[in-house]
Design a protein around this ligand. Sequence first.
Ligand SMILES: *Cc1c(COP(=O)(O)O)cnc(C)c1O
Length: 381
Amino acid sequence: MSNPIYLDNAATTQMSDAVKEAMEPYLMENFGNASTMYSYGERAKEAMEHAREIIAHTLEAKPSEIYFTSGGSESDNWAIKGIAGEYKKKGRHIITSCIEHHAVLNSCGYLEKLGYSVTYLGVDAYGMVSPKEAEAAIRPETTLLTIMFGNNEVGTLEPIRQLGRIARGNGVLFHTDAVQAYGQLPISVQQEPVDLLSASAHKFHGPKGVGFLYLREGVKIPSFIHGGGQERGKRGGTENIPAIVGMGRAAELAAERLRMRLRREAMLRNYMIEKILHEIPESRLNGHPNKRLPGNISVSFRGVDGASLLILLEEDGICASGGSACNTGESRISYVIEALGIPEDYAAGTVRLTLSRNTTRAEVDATVASLKRNVARLKEI
Ligand SMILES: *Cc1c(COP(=O)(O)O)cnc(C)c1O
Protein backbone atom coordinates (compact mmCIF):
# COMPACT_ATOMS: atom_id res chain seq x y z
CA MET A 1 0.00 0.00 0.00
CA SER A 2 1.21 3.51 -0.80
CA ASN A 3 1.53 6.29 1.76
CA PRO A 4 -1.47 6.76 3.96
CA ILE A 5 -3.83 9.58 3.12
CA TYR A 6 -3.87 11.67 6.26
CA LEU A 7 -7.16 13.50 6.73
CA ASP A 8 -7.13 13.98 10.47
CA ASN A 9 -5.37 17.31 10.70
CA ALA A 10 -7.77 18.58 13.37
CA ALA A 11 -6.36 15.88 15.68
CA THR A 12 -2.76 16.75 14.92
CA THR A 13 -0.60 17.79 11.98
CA GLN A 14 2.72 16.54 10.67
CA MET A 15 5.66 18.65 11.75
CA SER A 16 7.36 20.20 8.75
CA ASP A 17 11.06 19.65 7.90
CA ALA A 18 11.75 23.36 8.29
CA VAL A 19 10.41 23.23 11.86
CA LYS A 20 12.55 20.21 12.69
CA GLU A 21 15.63 21.95 11.28
CA ALA A 22 14.94 25.07 13.35
CA MET A 23 14.65 22.96 16.50
CA GLU A 24 17.70 20.75 16.01
CA PRO A 25 20.42 23.12 17.23
CA TYR A 26 18.46 23.64 20.46
CA LEU A 27 18.20 19.92 21.15
CA MET A 28 21.97 19.43 21.16
CA GLU A 29 24.55 22.21 20.80
CA ASN A 30 22.49 25.05 22.19
CA PHE A 31 21.23 23.26 25.26
CA GLY A 32 21.61 26.26 27.56
CA ASN A 33 19.08 27.27 30.19
CA ALA A 34 17.45 30.57 29.21
CA SER A 35 17.75 31.82 32.79
CA THR A 36 21.56 31.64 33.00
CA MET A 37 23.92 34.48 32.21
CA TYR A 38 26.63 32.86 30.08
CA SER A 39 26.42 32.69 26.31
CA TYR A 40 24.78 29.25 26.03
CA GLY A 41 21.90 30.53 28.07
CA GLU A 42 21.84 33.83 26.23
CA ARG A 43 21.47 32.06 22.90
CA ALA A 44 18.54 30.04 24.19
CA LYS A 45 16.91 33.14 25.60
CA GLU A 46 17.36 35.05 22.36
CA ALA A 47 15.83 32.22 20.34
CA MET A 48 12.89 32.05 22.71
CA GLU A 49 12.28 35.80 22.56
CA HIS A 50 12.54 35.66 18.77
CA ALA A 51 9.77 33.04 18.73
CA ARG A 52 7.69 35.28 21.00
CA GLU A 53 8.16 38.22 18.61
CA ILE A 54 7.15 36.14 15.58
CA ILE A 55 3.98 34.91 17.29
CA ALA A 56 3.08 38.37 18.58
CA HIS A 57 3.57 39.75 15.08
CA THR A 58 1.19 37.19 13.52
CA LEU A 59 -1.55 38.32 15.93
CA GLU A 60 -0.68 42.05 15.82
CA ALA A 61 -0.04 41.74 19.55
CA LYS A 62 2.90 42.79 21.74
CA PRO A 63 5.54 40.19 22.63
CA SER A 64 4.81 40.91 26.30
CA GLU A 65 1.25 39.67 25.76
CA ILE A 66 2.39 36.15 24.72
CA TYR A 67 2.95 33.45 27.36
CA PHE A 68 4.36 30.05 26.42
CA THR A 69 2.52 26.99 27.75
CA SER A 70 2.51 23.22 27.19
CA GLY A 71 -0.33 23.43 24.65
CA GLY A 72 -3.97 24.21 24.05
CA SER A 73 -5.30 22.37 27.08
CA GLU A 74 -3.03 24.24 29.46
CA SER A 75 -3.82 27.58 27.87
CA ASP A 76 -7.56 26.93 28.24
CA ASN A 77 -7.19 25.78 31.85
CA TRP A 78 -5.08 28.78 32.75
CA ALA A 79 -7.36 31.30 31.04
CA ILE A 80 -10.57 30.01 32.60
CA LYS A 81 -9.49 29.09 36.11
CA GLY A 82 -7.13 32.07 36.23
CA ILE A 83 -9.72 34.69 35.34
CA ALA A 84 -12.36 33.02 37.52
CA GLY A 85 -9.99 33.18 40.49
CA GLU A 86 -8.60 36.65 39.86
CA TYR A 87 -11.99 38.32 39.51
CA LYS A 88 -14.03 36.27 41.98
CA LYS A 89 -14.73 39.33 44.12
CA LYS A 90 -16.76 40.70 41.24
CA GLY A 91 -18.69 37.45 40.91
CA ARG A 92 -18.58 33.76 40.25
CA HIS A 93 -20.41 33.34 36.97
CA ILE A 94 -18.96 32.22 33.62
CA ILE A 95 -20.59 31.79 30.23
CA THR A 96 -19.46 29.23 27.66
CA SER A 97 -21.07 27.00 25.02
CA CYS A 98 -22.03 23.34 25.07
CA ILE A 99 -19.79 22.52 22.06
CA GLU A 100 -16.45 23.62 23.50
CA HIS A 101 -13.41 21.34 23.69
CA HIS A 102 -13.12 19.27 26.88
CA ALA A 103 -10.24 21.46 28.05
CA VAL A 104 -12.81 24.26 28.35
CA LEU A 105 -15.82 22.20 29.45
CA ASN A 106 -13.94 20.33 32.16
CA SER A 107 -12.28 23.51 33.46
CA CYS A 108 -15.76 24.98 33.79
CA GLY A 109 -17.03 21.78 35.44
CA TYR A 110 -14.21 22.00 37.97
CA LEU A 111 -15.17 25.59 38.79
CA GLU A 112 -18.78 24.48 39.31
CA LYS A 113 -17.54 22.07 41.98
CA LEU A 114 -15.87 25.02 43.68
CA GLY A 115 -19.18 26.85 43.81
CA TYR A 116 -19.10 28.88 40.59
CA SER A 117 -22.08 28.89 38.30
CA VAL A 118 -21.65 28.29 34.59
CA THR A 119 -24.09 28.97 31.74
CA TYR A 120 -23.69 26.60 28.80
CA LEU A 121 -25.15 28.29 25.73
CA GLY A 122 -26.81 26.09 23.15
CA VAL A 123 -26.10 26.37 19.42
CA ASP A 124 -28.24 26.49 16.28
CA ALA A 125 -28.40 23.72 13.67
CA TYR A 126 -25.08 24.92 12.20
CA GLY A 127 -23.33 24.85 15.57
CA MET A 128 -23.34 28.60 15.98
CA VAL A 129 -23.69 30.46 19.27
CA SER A 130 -26.20 33.31 19.24
CA PRO A 131 -24.70 36.66 20.32
CA LYS A 132 -28.17 37.68 21.53
CA GLU A 133 -28.38 34.66 23.83
CA ALA A 134 -24.87 35.34 25.06
CA GLU A 135 -25.82 38.91 25.95
CA ALA A 136 -28.99 37.78 27.70
CA ALA A 137 -26.97 35.35 29.84
CA ILE A 138 -24.74 38.10 31.26
CA ARG A 139 -25.38 38.90 34.94
CA PRO A 140 -23.78 41.49 37.22
CA GLU A 141 -21.55 38.71 38.62
CA THR A 142 -20.35 37.42 35.21
CA THR A 143 -16.58 37.72 34.79
CA LEU A 144 -15.80 35.66 31.69
CA LEU A 145 -17.29 34.65 28.36
CA THR A 146 -15.35 31.81 26.69
CA ILE A 147 -16.35 30.71 23.17
CA MET A 148 -14.18 28.83 20.70
CA PHE A 149 -13.02 30.46 17.44
CA GLY A 150 -13.77 27.41 15.27
CA ASN A 151 -15.23 24.09 16.33
CA ASN A 152 -12.89 21.10 16.10
CA GLU A 153 -15.61 18.60 15.17
CA VAL A 154 -17.98 20.36 12.79
CA GLY A 155 -15.76 23.28 11.74
CA THR A 156 -18.22 26.12 12.38
CA LEU A 157 -16.66 29.54 12.95
CA GLU A 158 -18.26 31.38 15.85
CA PRO A 159 -19.21 35.09 15.67
CA ILE A 160 -16.11 36.10 17.64
CA ARG A 161 -16.19 39.82 16.86
CA GLN A 162 -19.82 40.24 17.91
CA LEU A 163 -19.33 38.14 21.04
CA GLY A 164 -16.23 40.11 21.98
CA ARG A 165 -18.04 43.41 21.56
CA ILE A 166 -20.90 42.22 23.74
CA ALA A 167 -18.49 41.07 26.43
CA ARG A 168 -16.56 44.33 26.33
CA GLY A 169 -19.73 46.43 26.38
CA ASN A 170 -20.81 44.64 29.53
CA GLY A 171 -17.50 44.67 31.39
CA VAL A 172 -16.95 40.93 30.90
CA LEU A 173 -13.62 39.44 29.76
CA PHE A 174 -13.61 37.36 26.58
CA HIS A 175 -11.50 34.25 26.00
CA THR A 176 -11.43 32.22 22.79
CA ASP A 177 -10.00 28.76 22.26
CA ALA A 178 -8.44 29.41 18.85
CA VAL A 179 -6.55 26.11 18.70
CA GLN A 180 -8.24 25.10 15.43
CA ALA A 181 -8.11 28.55 13.90
CA TYR A 182 -4.68 29.99 14.69
CA GLY A 183 -2.35 29.31 11.76
CA GLN A 184 -5.32 28.48 9.50
CA LEU A 185 -7.00 31.88 9.42
CA PRO A 186 -5.62 35.38 9.85
CA ILE A 187 -6.39 36.58 13.39
CA SER A 188 -5.60 40.05 14.68
CA VAL A 189 -6.16 41.09 18.27
CA GLN A 190 -6.42 44.67 16.96
CA GLN A 191 -9.51 43.61 14.99
CA GLU A 192 -10.98 41.04 17.33
CA PRO A 193 -12.02 42.21 20.79
CA VAL A 194 -10.54 39.17 22.57
CA ASP A 195 -8.79 39.45 25.92
CA LEU A 196 -7.35 35.93 26.03
CA LEU A 197 -6.65 33.47 23.22
CA SER A 198 -5.36 29.88 23.30
CA ALA A 199 -3.32 28.17 20.57
CA SER A 200 -1.34 24.96 20.18
CA ALA A 201 1.70 24.31 17.94
CA HIS A 202 0.88 20.73 16.91
CA LYS A 203 -2.29 21.94 15.18
CA PHE A 204 -0.24 24.09 12.78
CA HIS A 205 2.65 21.79 11.83
CA GLY A 206 4.68 22.54 14.94
CA PRO A 207 5.82 20.19 17.70
CA LYS A 208 3.52 18.63 20.31
CA GLY A 209 3.46 19.76 23.92
CA VAL A 210 3.85 23.48 23.34
CA GLY A 211 1.38 26.32 22.84
CA PHE A 212 0.71 29.81 24.04
CA LEU A 213 -1.79 32.03 25.76
CA TYR A 214 -2.32 35.57 24.50
CA LEU A 215 -3.25 37.84 27.40
CA ARG A 216 -4.24 41.41 26.59
CA GLU A 217 -2.15 44.03 28.39
CA GLY A 218 -3.86 45.15 31.58
CA VAL A 219 -5.83 41.93 32.12
CA LYS A 220 -4.74 40.34 35.39
CA ILE A 221 -4.21 36.63 35.80
CA PRO A 222 -2.54 34.65 38.61
CA SER A 223 0.51 32.46 37.97
CA PHE A 224 -0.28 29.07 36.53
CA ILE A 225 2.87 27.38 37.85
CA HIS A 226 4.47 28.84 40.96
CA GLY A 227 8.22 28.53 40.69
CA GLY A 228 11.03 30.56 39.18
CA GLY A 229 10.61 33.83 37.38
CA GLN A 230 10.04 32.33 33.91
CA GLU A 231 7.33 33.85 31.70
CA ARG A 232 7.43 37.02 33.80
CA GLY A 233 6.72 35.04 36.93
CA LYS A 234 3.48 33.62 35.56
CA ARG A 235 4.65 30.14 34.65
CA GLY A 236 7.63 28.78 36.53
CA GLY A 237 9.83 26.00 35.21
CA THR A 238 12.71 25.83 32.77
CA GLU A 239 11.33 26.59 29.33
CA ASN A 240 11.10 23.94 26.59
CA ILE A 241 13.38 25.89 24.26
CA PRO A 242 13.45 23.47 21.28
CA ALA A 243 9.66 23.24 21.27
CA ILE A 244 9.21 27.01 21.61
CA VAL A 245 11.69 27.62 18.78
CA GLY A 246 9.81 25.05 16.66
CA MET A 247 6.48 26.72 17.38
CA GLY A 248 7.92 30.10 16.38
CA ARG A 249 9.13 28.69 13.06
CA ALA A 250 5.79 26.93 12.49
CA ALA A 251 3.92 30.19 13.20
CA GLU A 252 6.18 32.03 10.74
CA LEU A 253 5.54 29.43 8.02
CA ALA A 254 1.80 29.38 8.72
CA ALA A 255 1.64 33.15 8.29
CA GLU A 256 3.42 33.07 4.91
CA ARG A 257 0.94 33.54 2.09
CA LEU A 258 -1.80 32.68 4.56
CA ARG A 259 -4.66 34.23 2.59
CA MET A 260 -3.67 32.45 -0.60
CA ARG A 261 -3.31 29.09 1.15
CA LEU A 262 -6.58 29.63 2.94
CA ARG A 263 -8.35 30.13 -0.37
CA ARG A 264 -6.75 27.07 -1.93
CA GLU A 265 -7.59 24.87 1.04
CA ALA A 266 -11.19 26.11 1.23
CA MET A 267 -11.60 25.45 -2.49
CA LEU A 268 -10.35 21.91 -2.13
CA ARG A 269 -12.63 21.47 0.89
CA ASN A 270 -15.65 22.73 -1.08
CA TYR A 271 -14.74 20.48 -3.99
CA MET A 272 -14.65 17.49 -1.65
CA ILE A 273 -17.91 18.40 0.09
CA GLU A 274 -19.73 18.78 -3.22
CA LYS A 275 -18.32 15.53 -4.52
CA ILE A 276 -19.41 13.61 -1.42
CA LEU A 277 -22.91 15.10 -1.35
CA HIS A 278 -23.30 14.54 -5.08
CA GLU A 279 -21.89 11.03 -5.37
CA ILE A 280 -23.03 9.42 -2.13
CA PRO A 281 -26.78 9.13 -1.60
CA GLU A 282 -28.23 10.03 1.81
CA SER A 283 -25.21 12.06 2.89
CA ARG A 284 -25.26 15.43 4.66
CA LEU A 285 -22.78 18.09 5.69
CA ASN A 286 -22.62 19.07 9.36
CA GLY A 287 -21.78 22.59 10.48
CA HIS A 288 -22.06 25.85 8.58
CA PRO A 289 -21.81 25.60 4.75
CA ASN A 290 -19.29 28.45 4.42
CA LYS A 291 -18.54 29.96 7.84
CA ARG A 292 -16.27 27.03 8.60
CA LEU A 293 -12.60 26.21 9.14
CA PRO A 294 -10.83 25.96 5.75
CA GLY A 295 -9.84 22.32 6.24
CA ASN A 296 -12.87 20.88 8.02
CA ILE A 297 -15.42 18.48 6.56
CA SER A 298 -17.91 16.77 8.85
CA VAL A 299 -20.33 14.50 7.02
CA SER A 300 -22.97 12.00 8.08
CA PHE A 301 -24.26 9.02 6.12
CA ARG A 302 -27.74 7.73 6.82
CA GLY A 303 -28.04 4.24 8.26
CA VAL A 304 -24.28 3.65 8.44
CA ASP A 305 -22.17 2.94 11.51
CA GLY A 306 -19.43 5.59 11.58
CA ALA A 307 -16.96 3.45 13.52
CA SER A 308 -17.22 0.62 10.97
CA LEU A 309 -16.77 3.12 8.15
CA LEU A 310 -13.56 4.41 9.76
CA ILE A 311 -12.19 0.85 9.89
CA LEU A 312 -12.94 0.32 6.19
CA LEU A 313 -11.34 3.67 5.34
CA GLU A 314 -8.26 2.65 7.26
CA GLU A 315 -8.05 -0.55 5.19
CA ASP A 316 -7.84 1.77 2.18
CA GLY A 317 -5.02 3.69 3.88
CA ILE A 318 -7.13 6.68 4.86
CA CYS A 319 -6.87 8.26 8.31
CA ALA A 320 -10.03 10.08 9.36
CA SER A 321 -11.89 10.32 12.61
CA GLY A 322 -15.33 10.15 14.15
CA GLY A 323 -15.86 13.15 16.34
CA SER A 324 -12.80 14.64 17.96
CA ALA A 325 -9.76 12.47 18.67
CA CYS A 326 -10.51 12.75 22.37
CA ASN A 327 -13.78 10.89 21.91
CA THR A 328 -12.54 7.87 20.00
CA GLY A 329 -13.18 4.66 21.85
CA GLU A 330 -16.52 5.91 23.04
CA SER A 331 -19.13 4.66 20.63
CA ARG A 332 -21.87 7.03 21.71
CA ILE A 333 -22.70 9.97 19.50
CA SER A 334 -20.51 12.98 20.14
CA TYR A 335 -21.92 15.77 22.31
CA VAL A 336 -21.24 18.26 19.52
CA ILE A 337 -23.22 16.28 16.94
CA GLU A 338 -25.96 15.92 19.54
CA ALA A 339 -26.02 19.66 20.23
CA LEU A 340 -26.56 20.40 16.53
CA GLY A 341 -29.67 18.23 16.58
CA ILE A 342 -28.55 16.08 13.65
CA PRO A 343 -31.23 13.44 12.88
CA GLU A 344 -30.54 10.18 14.69
CA ASP A 345 -30.40 7.99 11.58
CA TYR A 346 -27.57 10.21 10.33
CA ALA A 347 -25.78 11.05 13.60
CA ALA A 348 -24.31 7.57 14.13
CA GLY A 349 -22.76 7.67 10.66
CA THR A 350 -20.61 10.76 11.15
CA VAL A 351 -17.01 11.08 10.00
CA ARG A 352 -14.65 14.03 10.15
CA LEU A 353 -12.14 14.61 7.35
CA THR A 354 -9.71 17.44 7.98
CA LEU A 355 -7.36 18.66 5.27
CA SER A 356 -4.06 20.49 5.60
CA ARG A 357 -1.97 22.66 3.33
CA ASN A 358 -0.34 19.42 2.10
CA THR A 359 -3.56 17.70 0.98
CA THR A 360 -3.82 17.08 -2.77
CA ARG A 361 -6.76 16.78 -5.13
CA ALA A 362 -5.70 13.19 -5.94
CA GLU A 363 -5.98 12.31 -2.24
CA VAL A 364 -9.41 13.90 -2.10
CA ASP A 365 -10.57 11.94 -5.16
CA ALA A 366 -9.24 8.65 -3.76
CA THR A 367 -10.95 9.30 -0.43
CA VAL A 368 -14.33 10.07 -1.96
CA ALA A 369 -14.09 6.90 -4.07
CA SER A 370 -13.33 4.87 -0.94
CA LEU A 371 -16.17 6.53 0.98
CA LYS A 372 -18.58 5.83 -1.83
CA ARG A 373 -17.65 2.15 -2.06
CA ASN A 374 -17.58 1.55 1.68
CA VAL A 375 -20.79 3.40 2.51
CA ALA A 376 -22.56 1.24 -0.09
CA ARG A 377 -20.97 -1.88 1.38
CA LEU A 378 -22.12 -1.04 4.90
CA LYS A 379 -25.64 -0.31 3.71
CA GLU A 380 -25.88 -3.79 2.23
CA ILE A 381 -25.24 -5.42 5.59
C1 LIG B 1 -6.51 20.10 20.08
C2 LIG B 1 -7.40 21.07 20.76
C3 LIG B 1 -7.16 21.47 22.10
C4 LIG B 1 -6.07 20.84 22.92
O1 LIG B 1 -4.79 21.24 22.53
P1 LIG B 1 -3.52 20.40 23.05
O2 LIG B 1 -2.35 21.20 22.62
O3 LIG B 1 -3.59 19.07 22.37
O4 LIG B 1 -3.65 20.32 24.53
C5 LIG B 1 -7.97 22.41 22.65
N1 LIG B 1 -8.99 22.96 21.95
C6 LIG B 1 -9.25 22.62 20.68
C7 LIG B 1 -10.37 23.28 19.96
C8 LIG B 1 -8.47 21.66 20.04
O5 LIG B 1 -8.75 21.31 18.79
